[in-house]
Design a protein around this ligand. Structure first.
Ligand SMILES: Cc1cc2nc3c(=O)[nH]c(=O)nc-3n(C[C@H](O)[C@H](O)[C@H](O)COP(=O)(O)OP(=O)(O)OC[C@H]3O[C@@H](n4cnc5c(N)ncnc54)[C@H](O)[C@@H]3O)c2cc1C
Length: 292
């Protein structure tokens, strides 16, 4: 099936207007941002919304990367290309550029957005793991106001998030803490493809010790995998290859890949481990380089 089912289309002129339209259509409407996930789903008839609410005119409200109140705040309509080129992110959270360099191709990166990526909640998608590793919080707005949720609470299940039918993801917030280092590693079959396995890691090093850590995996489960056990192991320890090898072992144990055209289960578990080890090594090296 290559054509979507019929739908009505409207362009929002404000975030509140988009929310009002979602409310008015009572569960039959979907937001469209870059359209790089939703349109293919509609063509395959995996999604058949009766109404599309286009938010692409809301760049003044929803497209920005800014430092405010001890956080980096990223508007939901910020495109991949702008995440890739951001000096602010490169300085504090270089794993964004690591990931963006290997997300799809320039055509997708010019239109696709961080909000669309997170709300799609595809387990193979890179930015959910990135945001989980850096302990981002996301702002969700509905008719009754805003709420802020952690990435733990944001991922509800495969292709499911905490964003309700009549709500919009408006912002992603990243904590700014000293001693941070981060990295994202991905293995793909060919340039521009989805991951066979990918790992995002962040560490916060204070006085030679890992004060806090975040590790998450893409493409090796039905949702983004938050490696809580590995984070527990890393917290309070001195960074070392042995420690990262133990965390990598946990990654291979705590993921749950399925066999498909990208490879068998044992290969994916192995990749999850290798990607985790590399991401932790580089994250730690970056944190120590910032300290020096
Ligand atoms: C060929 C190809 C290769 C790709 N490869 C990769 C890859 O390697 N890694 C990767 O991570 N991604 C990849 N992607 C996906 C890409 O990153 C998309 O941009 C992304 O998944 C969706 O972003 P979007 O803005 O296009 O969202 P849309 O398609 O517009 O929306 C996706 C979903 O999110 C909802 N939504 C969008 N914005 C909001 C919002 N603000 N609030 C509430 N709901 C919202 C929509 O209703 C829809 O359900 C690929 C895509 C393509 C087409």
């Amino acid at each position: 099936m290559q054509t979507p089912a019929p739908f009505q289309y409207e362009r929002a002129t404000s975030v509140d207007g988009a929310i009002a339209a979602l409310v008015a259509h009572d569960g039959d409407a979907r937001i469209i941002a870059g359209g790089h996930s939703l349109i293919p789903m509609m063509k395959l008839r995996l999604a058949s919304p009766e109404h599309l609410i286009d938010i692409n005119d809301l760049e003044h409200e929803l497209a920005y990367i800014a430092e405010r109140d001890g956080e980096i705040r990223i508007g939901a309509l910020t495109r991949h290309v702008d995440l890739l080129g951001s000096d602010l992110l490169a300085r504090h959270y270089p794993l964004f550029a690591d990931a963006e360099e290997v997300i799809a191709d320039p055509v997708v990166r010019n239109r696709g957005t961080i909000g669309g990526s997170l709300c799609q909640a595809d387990a193979a998608e890179d930015l959910s793991a990135v945001c989980a590793a850096v302990k981002a919080r996301v702002v969700i707005r509905g008719r009754d106001g805003e709420r802020t949720v952690s990435m733990e609470d944001f991922h509800v299940g495969p292709y499911q998030t905490a964003v309700g039918d009549d709500e919009i993801l408006t912002e992603v917030r990243l904590p700014l803490r000293s001693g941070a280092g981060s990295a994202h590693f991905k293995t793909e079959r060919r340039a521009g493809d989805w991951a066979i396995a990918a790992a995002s890691a962040a560490v916060w090093i204070e006085g030679g010790t890992i004060a806090d850590a975040g590790v998450a995996l893409s493409a090796v489960g039905t949702t983004t995998i938050h490696l809580a056990r590995a984070e527990e192991l890393l917290r309070g320890a001195a960074p070392s290859d042995e420690l990262f090898a133990q965390a990598a072992q946990i990654a291979s144990e705590d993921c749950s890949p399925s066999a498909d055209a990208r490879g068998p289960v044992d290969y994916k578990r192995h990749l999850a481990s290798v990607m985790t080890r590399r991401a932790l090594r580089r994250a730690s090296a970056r944190a120590l380089a910032m300290e020096a």
